[in-house]
Design a protein around this ligand. Structure first.
Ligand SMILES: *Cc1c(COP(=O)(O)O)cnc(C)c1O
Length: 374
């Protein structure tokens, strides 16, 4: 069976973990966390980054930093993972869902405009599959209406919009190092802070509401309870694993892009005269090869495709049930129908894409798919 995903060691992960342990310090903010922070700030030019235990946690920090409270409204896509919005629901906000484009799961800025009210506090965008949302249009809308923008860049490491790194454009960018993403640490995340005014408070919120970071820099004489907060910082063991992956970022990315391109080249021929669609990449975005997906014509077609591939040794998956019609939110949702979100909910299927997937395996998957077409 070709699995859908497989976590892997690329280089020095285990050696760095052993090194962290032997240094005598494996709690948060150790030597490897610092190395990861430096890497992200230098490579992508983020003003300030803080590692977290997940992208979900980075989004929770963003919600706290924006002082989200009951009565506030957050605009977000419906076709996304629950963590895009759950952190804002935890603060009491109402989620106003916006539809995707008809030909891409990303949020359609034209849908956002209609949903802005005086209560709108933030727009949370998701760069689906690492493909950029149309950030110039979204930032313009946000700036005119004095609304913050959070980029859920969980899938978007090493992705760019018109040359700008994803996660560096909004007020905050949040990343994930979950084992299914491009660069992994098992579980792990990162908050990028692009507006200086939030840096100091972010450090406090991440350290259980204490000013411990300032204390260690010698800025205050003692540390204590300064604000609300939680334990958002990961162990240095996680950072050690992550740092080894970051050192190999270009190699990992090159391999993923080669796999993506191989799928694309072969499947453009396979599906040339078929209703099944391949992923689209707009001119303003790079492709970080996070995901290779197909869009089927119907739910029945997708169900049968997944089953037939499974019978022939290929594990594929679908994901994201529109959040506005989820068990938890459907009773709370009074907005318009979101047909494009529902379309991807029913029709999108993801093919295996991980670093160790071989060309032979890609060819086998494409050949199984070609048997399904004719
Ligand atoms: C993976 C993912 C998350 C959650 O990341 P964690 O690190 O598992 O918390 C959030 N949003 C999107 C779009 C994701 O793909």
């Amino acid at each position: 069976m070709i699995p859908f995903n497989k976590p892997y060691l690329h280089g020095k992960e285990l050696a760095y973990i052993a090194d962290a342990v032997s240094s005598g310090k494996i709690a948060g903010d150790g030597a490897y966390t610092k190395k990861c922070h430096d890497f992200f700030e230098q490579r992508f030019g983020f003003k300030k980054v803080l590692m977290t235990t997940s992208c979900t946690d980075a989004l929770e920090m963003a919600a706290i930093l924006l002082d989200i409270k009951p009565g506030d409204e957050i605009i977000a896509p419906s076709y996304t993972f629950v963590s895009t919005v759950n952190p804002f629901v935890l603060r009491g906000a109402k989620i106003v869902f916006a539809d995707s484009y008809s030909d891409h799961p990303n949020i359609d800025p034209k849908q956002i405009e209609k949903l802005i009210t005086p209560n709108t506090k933030a727009i949370v965008v998701v760069h689906y599959a690492g493909i950029a949302c149309d950030m110039d249009v979204i930032m313009e809308l946000a700036n005119t209406n004095n609304i913050a923008v959070v980029e859920d860049a969980a899938q978007a490491i090493d992705g760019y919009y018109k040359g700008k790194p994803l996660g560096s454009i909004g007020t905050f960018g949040t990343f994930s190092f979950h084992e299914t993403k491009n660069i992994i640490a098992g579980e792990g995340g990162l908050l990028a802070i692009n507006d200086e005014q939030y840096i100091q408070r972010a450090e406090i919120i991440r350290e259980k509401g204490t000013n411990r970071s300032s204390f260690f820099r010698g800025e205050v004489a003692k540390y204590g309870w300064a604000d609300i907060g939680s334990s958002f910082l990961p162990s240095d063991i996680i950072a050690a694993y992550l740092y080894a992956q970051l050192e190999s970022l270009d190699i990992i990315q090159a391999r993923r892009k080669a796999i993506w391109q191989r799928y694309y080249d072969k499947l453009s021929i396979v599906f040339e005269n078929s209703a099944i669609k391949l992923p689209k990449v707009p001119d303003y975005s790079t492709n970080n090869a996070h995901m290779f997906y197909l869009v089927c014509e119907s739910l029945e077609q997708r169900t049968s495709l997944i089953q037939k591939l499974k019978d022939n040794g290929v594990h594929t998956v679908f994901h994201y049930l529109s959040l506005h019609s989820s068990e938890y939110y459907q009773e709370k949702y009074f907005g318009p129908e979101l047909p494009n979100s529902d379309l991807f909910t029913d029709n999108l299927v993801r093919l295996p894409l991980f670093y160790e997937l071989t060309d032979e395996q890609v060819d086998k998957i494409c050949s199984e798919l070609s048997k399904l077409v004719c």
